[in-house]
Design a protein around this ligand. Structure first.
Ligand code: DQA
Length: 149
């Protein structure tokens, strides 16, 4: 086996604002699974599938943009749940375009069945796809898509 066959594919997961409160935040909408539990399941999936994950959570738009910039040339793809930034952050849209990587937008809740202001994503047009309403499993589906692409 050559060295190149040993290199694991790496993916970045970005959890946006307020997702640190999962488990206690509006459980009727977001469920009772904590962010730590979601990350545990993602790492389990990564181990089973021979991939490497970097997982970050930030409440700050600038930190999310920095993470997208820093990922350039370092990862094979990105999963992002931009939280409420989804609905208005053109700066995150620009950073997703600029990073040049395949990015999947994930939402725990179905943003299309909620308040009017949540039914539009300014970031989705820069992504290869969007998964919404399937809870934490949406992150796994996003990773599956990135791995197989
Ligand atoms: C969310 C949906 C957003 O509208 C909301 O602001 C969030 C979470 C989701 O995962 O369902 O913070 O991105």
């Amino acid at each position: 086996m050559t060295d190149s066959q040993n290199i694991k594919k790496k993916y970045l997961i970005i959890h946006g604002p307020n997702l640190n409160l999962l488990g206690t935040r509006e459980p009727e909408i977001y469920g009772t699974t904590s962010l730590a539990d979601i990350n545990f399941r993602l790492n389990e999936f990564a181990d089973k599938n021979g991939i490497e994950l970097e997982i970050i959570q930030s409440n700050s738009e600038g930190a999310i943009i920095d993470a997208l910039h820093n990922a350039m040339d370092k990862v094979n793809g990105i999963i992002i749940n931009p939280g409420a930034y989804t609905h208005y952050s053109l700066a995150i849209f620009d950073a997703v375009v600029a990073c040049g990587l395949p990015v999947v937008e994930v939402h725990l809740s179905n943003i299309y069945s909620r308040e009017q202001f949540r039914r539009h994503s300014v970031i989705a047009p820069a992504c290869i796809g969007q998964i919404t309403g399937l809870g934490w499993y949406g992150y796994i589906l996003g990773l599956e898509a990135l791995i197989r692409l």
